[in-house]
Design a protein. Structure first.
Length: 288
């Protein structure tokens, strides 16, 4: 299931502001699994992060969803907030990443459906802005986590938390020395709000937590925060084209929006672990 969520805000002078987010929910529900298997995607779904489970659908959602949203914004003369991603930077050669950095991506790799799809979406935004004067607001989102994440979405935090809660091996791809930066979802939403209601800023604007950790450190931290977990860290083959480092330069967000993340990683992790634990327990009870 690919979901396009549109939030509508009423702002002064009866102007309507559409806030558009693209989320890919390839949940392990029977109907979705059947649909993917009918397209020959069943095996891919089981071993890849979800956006790679349907790469063509991922690319086309980035493009078609953005075009449809931009056309709506043009017709209604309202701002449109596009949720882009730090993946537009690819495997960066500049660290930390500023909005001026053009990125280092492959247009033929397994990640390109998302990387290039979002880069194309940004290009469409700025062309609509230049040609049709559409009021765009482009946010580049870095790794985000929090309660209610899908258990099997292939993301680092959800993988580690579920594995540690169930005393399964923590699977780290490669050496685990590559780095990521993780922000709690509440901080991201505050950044969205400030950007979408800014009178002139088009973006792109980085929204992320500049605290940088190796994936191996994150695995150890998650296990240490779950009392009684007996999970051990195991290393698997490195993922194809996985970026070696990722950390936002938030200078623009602070300067233009007055925004910076506030939720410490440990606090955000604990909230996420508590909710995951409660949901897993409820799930187990329902199957008895």
């Amino acid at each position: 299931r690919i979901s396009l969520l549109i939030y509508v805000f009423i702002v002064p002078r009866r102007q309507v502001c559409f806030s558009v987010f693209f989320f890919f929910f390839f949940q392990a529900e029977d109907g979705i699994r059947d649909a993917q298997e009918s397209r020959g995607l069943g095996d891919v779904y089981k071993r890849q992060v979800h956006y790679q489970g349907d790469p063509i659908g991922t690319t086309m959602t980035c493009i078609n969803g953005t075009v449809n949203s931009l056309k709506t914004a043009q017709r209604c003369d309202c701002p449109v907030l596009i949720a882009s991603t730090s993946e537009v930077y690819g495997d960066p050669l500049v660290h930390p990443q500023t909005e001026e950095y053009w990125g280092n991506t492959s247009c033929t790799g397994v990640r390109s459906c998302y990387d290039e799809g979002k880069r194309c979406a940004e290009a469409l935004c700025f062309d609509y802005h230049r040609v049709h004067n559409v009021k765009i607001r482009v946010a580049r989102i870095f790794n985000t986590y929090g309660p209610r994440m899908c258990f099997n979405d292939g993301r680092i935090i959800s993988n580690f938390v579920v594995q540690a809660l169930e005393n399964r091996d923590i699977t780290v791809y490669g050496t685990g020395e590559y780095t990521r930066s993780f922000q709690y979802f509440e901080d991201l939403l505050e950044g969205f709000w400030r950007l979408v209601f800014h009178p002139t800023e088009t973006g792109p604007v980085n929204l992320g937590n500049p605290e940088e950790y190796t994936v191996l450190d994150i695995a150890k931290k998650v296990v240490s925060m779950i009392p009684g977990s007996t999970s051990k860290i195991v290393h698997l083959e490195a993922a194809k084209d996985d970026p070696k480092q990722r950390r936002p330069d938030n200078s623009k967000a602070l300067r233009v929006l007055g925004w910076a993340p506030k939720i410490p990683v440990e606090e955000g992790f604990q909230r996420t672990i508590d909710e995951f634990s409660a949901r897993l327990n409820k799930q187990k009870e329902s199957t008895k």
